[in-house]
Design a binder for this molecule. Structure first.
Ligand SMILES: [Zn+2]
Length: 154
């Protein structure tokens, strides 16, 4: 197995683990998983690092909130350990601020507008069909990060 296959394999198992935690597999959960992984990579931080905190802004409604479980599953910053804080957005946006407690670096990741719009349209058409939701989830999983997110490092 080459290293690219290994990376894909690891992403697939991470997504399955997150879906088990969350209760179902959908594209917003995968957005959370990918955001979490990218944020930690940019900060050069491991999951469960004591110094990682995240602040998430999104509308408090499904499917936006599905993203929270993807983020919690990979970063281990959770409501329970108070390393995750949530700001309610009044418009359809999803953004996460990753903060290493030492204050050296911050990463802001925002889901691109066109991605949110496309997903909402497709989910509405799917009318709760599980197979379509899972197909959309794997579509998001396979998309490159620059197509999905705007990333800012401070
Ligand atoms: Zn969900």
């Amino acid at each position: 197995m080459n290293s690219k296959d290994k990376a894909v394999d690891k992403l697939v198992s991470t997504i399955r683990r997150a879906a088990e935690f969350h209760g179902h597999l959908g594209p917003f959960l995968v957005l959370g998983v990918k955001m979490g992984l990218i944020g930690m990579k940019k900060l050069k931080i491991q999951a469960n690092a004591w110094r990682l905190r995240i602040e998430v802004e999104l509308p408090k409604q499904i499917p936006y909130t599905c993203t929270l479980d993807g983020l919690q599953a990979v970063t281990r910053c959770t409501f329970g350990n108070q390393k995750l804080s949530l700001k309610e957005a009044k418009s359809p946006v999803i953004s996460t601020k990753f903060d290493a407690d030492n204050g050296e670096k911050r990463v802001f990741i925002c889901v691109k507008n066109e991605v949110l719009q496309t997903l909402m349209e497709k989910l509405q058409k799917a009318k709760g069909d599980t197979a379509t939701q899972e197909k959309l989830a794997w579509m998001i999983a396979s998309m490159p990060e620059d197509k999905l997110f705007s990333i800012k490092i401070q």
